[in-house]
Design a protein around this ligand. Structure first.
Ligand SMILES: NC(=O)C1=CN([C@@H]2O[C@H](COP(=O)(O)OP(=O)(O)OC[C@H]3O[C@@H](n4cnc5c(N)ncnc54)[C@H](OP(=O)(O)O)[C@@H]3O)[C@@H](O)[C@H]2O)[C@@H](O)CC1
Ligand SMILES: Nc1ncnc2c1ncn2[C@@H]1O[C@H](COP(=O)(O)OP(=O)(O)O)[C@@H](O)[C@H]1O
Ligand SMILES: [K+]
Length: 492
């Protein structure tokens, strides 16, 4: 599990740890880790040209000390000082005594950046506010346009550590070396998209850190969540998922949701709705009926809404499923009907004994919250939390970084496995069936949503292939067994 902590929590842990250590020890740990990664990126420091972009705070201090280490190993190191009077004094002295140079001329700095092998971004770290300012902007652009590798110190400068927002210009890093713990912005888009590969350097903060604000599962975590049948299992004990999806207009959504459901851990899938013929033709193992959910027979969870359409039967299916005593996943058209139910229904939602998992994309989340889609996309973390609290439900917010939040606080899960190739029609329907199936097999809404997003992302990467190629959502579903095997295999 990768954990990310807020700036507030990092600073508190740092203060507690610093009180027990000699002055400067933490920065030396950070700089040593940073220099080691830089040397690795360069394939050895000797004879290379390194440019440090140095701001006014400790982030610049880390860059200066790491630069001194690289200079001692034979690199030609120049620091471009963005606030010459404020650059970290001890770090400056260390760089100079190791043979490094400095310049306070931004134009000269840009020229150096263009000819560099490595640019170290120490403009601003967790002390940053808003996008880059002043001379930092052309320097960041020069770095992006040069052939140099860009290594960001702690965070790509210009991104928001806590929210993942990028309000203006930011450094685009190939590698980010972060200290003590991940920061939420390194796991959540749009900021995460600026970070490149993230290396965590342990500086000893661990014991002083509280629970994380954001976490990202890894193979072993997902493997531990996935249901595995045992000697006493039968199809009912494994859990039955009911799928109420599709319509005369969108029968394919029903087929795709069932395709996802058959690969999610439930022992059986019941389908209830008007696309029963299409579903049974494609998946003969499905138990189909054409009535409403309450007439379909006993299930352990419902997945409602993909391609359900706007007419009354879709609304009835939603109301029916919500009136049951089992967990309900609500997606797509189901979300639109949920909004239409108004406040009393939201209260009823919160009053259910079993969990509800909402799976909106940014547009659907925006509609549920009455905000603009762009706001959701710019501040995904804030909005997934707001939505979970407003509806008293667990929310899986789909998109560039899929996030899962439970109501009432606690860490938000950021999915690390997605790919832009997943943005293809019907891919969300597969996810609904998959997450619903995990819900039926007994996982909590939080675990079912995060494990489903993880497997879905892996399957998407597999379907796209190493070099990347488009695929249809049915092919994505076909890769789910291999995604399960990847995850379970890595845990052995
Ligand atoms: N915590 C830990 O455990 C450890 C932390 N360590 C390191 O310390 C770093 C935090 O250092 P920090 O607190 O000195 O702040 P930092 O990020 O350097 O910013 C400083 C100044 O930047 C400026 N500025 C702000 N926004 C800006 C913008 N958009 N564009 C341009 N400039 C902007 C603003 O100054 P202003 O320009 O307003 O005068 C602000 O005061 C942390 O990220 C890590 O690298 C490690 O050494 C060891 C362990
Ligand atoms: N840029 C992206 N990067 C990664 N995953 C994405 C991106 N865009 C969309 N996805 C994923 O693709 C799926 C699309 O689902 P959805 O928007 O419901 O589409 P549909 O209704 O056509 O199935 C979701 O799982 C979402 O997280
Ligand atoms: K930085």
């Amino acid at each position: 599990m990768r954990s990310a902590h807020t700036v507030h929590d990092v600073r508190a842990a740092e203060a507690a740890l610093m009180a027990r250590l000699p002055e400067g020890a933490l920065m030396q740990r950070a700089a040593a880790g940073l220099a080691a990664v830089c040397a690795g990126v360069l394939g050895g420091a000797y004879g290379t040209r390194v440019v440090l972009l140095v701001g006014s705070g400790a982030n610049g201090g880390d860059a200066l000390y790491a630069g001194a280490r690289l200079a001692r190993r034979g690199a030609s190191v120049t620091a471009v000082l963005l606030s010459p009077g404020k650059a970290y004094p001890d770090g400056l002295a260390a760089l100079r005594s190791a043979g490094g140079r400095t310049t306070a001329d931004p134009a000269a700095g840009e020229e150096l950046v263009r000819r560099a092998d490595l640019v170290v971004d120490g403009i601003v770290g967790i002390g940053g506010r808003g996008g880059l300012r002043g001379a930092a902007v052309p320097l960041a652009r020069a770095a992006a346009g040069s052939g140099a590798a860009v290594v960001a110190v702690d965070l790509p400068s210009g991104v928001d550590a806590d929210t993942g927002e990028v309000a203006g210009e930011a450094v685009r890093a190939d590698v980010t070396v972060t200290f003590g713990t991940h920061k939420p912005g390194l796991l959540v888009d749009p900021a995460a998209g600026f970070a490149g590969t993230v290396h965590l350097v342990d500086i000893g903060l661990g014991p002083d850190l509280p629970g994380p604000a954001v976490q990202a599962l890894q193979h072993a975590d997902v493997a531990a969540l996935l249901p595995v049948p045992g000697a006493r299992s039968d199809k009912y004990r494994r859990g039955v998922l009911g799928v109420a999806a599709g319509s005369a207009r969108y029968p394919g959504a029903a087929v795709l949701a069932v395709a996802g459901a058959l690969h999610g851990g439930a022992g059986a899938v019941r389908y209830a709705g008007s696309a029963a013929r299409e579903v049974i033709a494609r998946f003969p193992e499905t138990l189909v009926s054409t009535g409403r959910p309450s007439q379909a027979g006993r299930v352990q969870a419902w997945a409602v809404g993909p391609g359900a359409g706007e007419d009354a039967s879709a609304r009835v299916a939603l109301e029916d499923a919500l009136a049951s005593d089992v967990p309900v996943l609500v997606d797509a058209d189901g979300l639109r009907h949920l909004k239409g139910l108004g406040r009393p229904a939201r209260g009823a939602l919160a009053g259910r004994t079993a969990e509800v998992l909402l799976t909106p994309h940014a547009g659907e989340a925006a509609a549920l919250l009455d905000v603009a889609r762009e706001d959701v996309e710019a501040r995904r973390l804030e909005h997934v939390r707001r939505l979970a609290d407003a509806y008293g439900a667990t929310v899986l917010l789909k998109g560039s970084t899929t996030l899962v939040a439970a109501p009432g606080g606690g860490p938000v899960r950021a999915n690390p496995t997605g790919t832009g190739w997943l943005a293809t029609a019907g891919s969300g329907d597969v996810l609904s069936g998959l997450a619903g199936s995990l819900l039926a097999s007994g996982l909590s809404a939080f675990d079912a949503g995060s494990a489903a997003a993880y497997l879905h992302g892996l399957a998407g990467r597999r379907a796209a292939g190493r070099d990347g190629a488009p695929f249809g959502a049915h092919e994505l579903a076909g890769e789910l067994p291999a995604a399960w095997r990847d995850v379970r295999g890595a845990a052995h």
